[in-house]
Design a protein around this ligand. Structure first.
Ligand code: ATR
Length: 281
């Protein structure tokens, strides 16, 4: 029988997940169908009960349900627990197990696409929301030099510094002005905020005047592919790393959790790029 997989989010209309997962299922020869389900926040518990009742084999979870869903599933793995959010659910014989592939997808993409050894690098994280927590957790689990976090709301940085302590990694907070003044201290700068995302493509989270040539600017945003933040970094001799790899890798890792099969990453990337109107990069 054809298995059913899905995405739980609100809204889900523009999601590219159905496109890449359905293509991956047919490409590896698995009979399955992936659909996007628009679930209102107050219906989330019923939706999860529905997954069990209908025998849906697995799903992705996206905004705004990644945190709330944790209380309705049966088990959460260590990584997702540390991140405090679930983006992938596997239905294991009626038991719903939660994982988080966002952070690992990001770190894989950063390493693959920049060809850098990140273990001794000094990182600057811009933002302290859910996406920042996923990325920081994955970086800490992998092992990095040190970490500085800047955020408009300074209070939100504290729990992330606590997380770094658990991994014995040096971590500091800084204001935007401090960061801009000392920008040459950082090897990798990561924008985890939505600043610069389409349609507000002229916005940038930071002034990059003092960027060190050769530093890596990385953006979680993939629409547009080259944000203003990345373009400015390139102008100043920095290397740029776009958010598309994270999107593809998190999807591929979810697919692996469900099927045990590694899908063709390049094919997924190509589909996303076609949809975004870009070319392979
Ligand atoms: P996500 O799960 O995508 O990380 P989030 O948890 O709402 O979403 O976090 C959004 C992040 O982007 C936060 O760090 C937020 O800063 P605040 O904590 O001060 O809200 C940051 N952010 C979003 N819009 C911003 C803006 N216009 N200026 C500065 N920071 C912004």
């Amino acid at each position: 029988m054809e298995k059913v997989y899905g995405l739980l989010g609100h809204p889900v209309g523009h999601s590219m997940s159905p496109l890449i997962h359905n293509d991956a299922f047919s490409n590896v020869g698995i009979k399955a169908n992936y659909q996007a389900f628009d679930v209102e926040p107050e219906m989330l518990e019923e939706a999860i009960t529905g997954i069990k009742a209908l025998g849906i084999a697995g799903c992705n979870v996206t905004v705004p349900h990644k945190i709330a869903v944790m209380k309705f599933i049966d088990e959460v793995d260590e990584e997702a627990e540390q991140i405090g959010a679930v983006n992938t659910i596997v239905n294991q014989n009626g038991k719903l197990i939660g994982h988080n592939t966002d952070g690992r997808g990001y770190v894989q993409s950063l390493i693959e696409e920049t060809n850098e050894d990140i273990t001794n690098k000094r990182f600057l994280i811009i933002g302290a929301g859910g996406a920042a927590r996923g990325v920081i957790t994955a970086l800490l689990r992998y092992g990095i030099g040190d970490l500085t976090i800047t955020n408009r709301t300074q209070d939100k940085i504290e729990p992330l510094l606590e997380l770094a302590k658990m991994f014995q990694t040096t971590a500091n907070r800084a204001t935007r002005a401090e960061v801009e003044q000392n920008l040459d201290q950082f090897d990798v700068l990561i924008n985890t905020t939505s600043i610069g995302m389409s349609p507000r493509i002229e916005d940038s989270p930071l002034s990059l005047e003092n960027l060190r040539a050769g530093a890596i600017a990385s953006d979680l945003i993939y629409n547009p592919l080259k944000t203003k933040f990345l373009k400015e970094a390139q102008v100043r001799g920095g290397k740029s790393h776009t958010g598309i790899g994270m999107f593809v890798n998190q999807a591929a890792l979810s697919f692996e959790h469900w099927t045990g099969v590694r899908p063709d990453h390049n094919r997924m990337r190509k589909l996303v790029l076609e949809k975004l109107g870009g070319t392979i990069c």
